[in-house]
Design a protein around this ligand. Structure first.
Ligand SMILES: [Zn+2]
Length: 371
């Protein structure tokens, strides 16, 4: 989209709190253009998701704005040498370090009387996206141990840094907190730190962090690794935009449920991801890609759908008049068309030199990885 660099220029040049109605307006103009002023026939949320998540990769203006602001914020993690504007921001922080405050829950953050507007903006956007940035909400494993002075006032947490215990994840292995003895061996921590260890342990227990631990969930997310790596060369805007635009939980869309119901089988998220990628990469012919995507989204108005708003219309298949004209019948089960799919299966097997089974999930929905 050629408009994107222009938007990014504004977002980057003016680190100001843009009113929500401005972002909504820009998004609305783009959406109206894409849908030709008609009602979208695909869930709006789905539009901006990546292809592998079933989306159409359409620009999400607010997320781009947030990503641009967060990229500016990330300068405080990575910039060498420190830009002048960061020094100016720091002068208004009353001795607090922004890179430490980020990881402190909002309710525990110290009040700063007159921070710069850009600092307030960056913190606000960081807080809005924080749930997407960490694998262990609300206490991130990237939290600097030093920041515990805001959470537990009576303790000397800065000393942990002397032994290389800088962030919370240093206290953990894959799925549990390390015993104090293990920390002593691993980091040469003296016994005098035991009280501090127990204070942190007790706080984490109260915050119910331990039940969230699992060997299957990495301690640090991609964003947290990015923030902790001062030499990271990752493109910040792209990374934040991707993270913000990735669904946090697996979503089962209505079109997925409908296909599974009509085909009387369920498909795994991996199978669906294969189908989504098939619909963008199986051919360079835009018309075929469009058709494939429309089949996936069940875009077409089949007789059973038409009958819902035109009751006088018959809902039987317009080819055979033998069964209800559902999507699966029109595209697969109809006897008139099913023989065509058999021929396609035989031909594709012959041409590609690999078995292309006569199954709707493969031939119709594209749940197959082609060589
Ligand atoms: Zn039919």
């Amino acid at each position: 989209m050629i408009i994107l660099p222009k938007l990014l220029y504004v977002f980057r040049a003016l680190p100001l709190n843009l009113p929500r109605h401005f972002l909504v307006k820009v998004q609305s103009v783009l959406t109206s253009y894409v849908w030709n002023n008609k009602r979208p026939r695909v869930p709006r949320k789905l539009l901006s998701y990546r292809h592998r998540d079933g989306g159409l990769n359409m620009i999400h203006v607010q997320h781009y704005y947030w990503a641009a602001c967060l990229a500016s914020l990330s300068e405080s993690f990575h910039a060498r040498p420190t830009p002048q504007w960061l020094s100016i921001e720091a002068a208004y922080m009353e001795g607090h370090d922004l890179t430490t405050l980020l990881w402190v829950p909002i309710k525990d953050r110290p009040r700063i009387d007159s921070p710069l507007a850009s600092t307030v903006l960056h913190l606000k956007i960081w807080d809005k996206g924080f749930r997407s940035f960490t694998n262990h909400y609300p206490i991130s494993m990237a939290t600097p141990v030093e920041s515990f002075r805001y959470l537990l006032p009576h303790g000397d947490y800065a000393r942990w840094a002397q032994y290389g215990v800088l962030n919370l994840h240093h206290f953990f292995d894959a799925a549990s907190i390390l015993p104090f003895e293990t920390l002593c061996t691993k980091f040469k921590v003296p016994n005098a730190m035991f009280l501090s260890y127990m204070q942190i342990h007790s706080y984490l227990k109260a915050q119910k962090i331990f039940p969230t631990l699992s060997a299957k969930v990495p301690l640090l997310s991609e964003t947290e690794l990015f923030c902790l790596d001062s030499h990271s060369t990752t493109k910040a805007i792209s990374m934040y935009y991707r993270v913000l635009n990735t669904p946090q939980k697996a979503v089962t869309w209505t079109f997925q449920k409908s296909w599974e119901r009509e085909l009387e089988q369920s498909f795994t998220p991996t199978q669906w991801a294969t189908a989504y990628m098939f619909a963008v990469g199986a051919t360079r012919c835009v018309t075929l890609l469009e058709t494939q995507r429309k089949i996936l989204y069940r875009w077409y108005l089949t007789p059973d759908r038409i009958k819902k708003y035109m009751p006088n219309q018959p809902d039987v298949c317009w080819r055979c008049s033998l069964a209800q004209g559902s999507m699966s019948h029109i595209w697969w089960h109809c006897p008139t068309i099913n023989s065509l799919w058999k021929d396609i299966s035989i031909l594709a097997t012959e041409v590609l030199g690999m078995l292309i089974p006569h199954k709707p999930e493969i031939l119709l929905l594209g749940m197959i990885n082609l060589p």
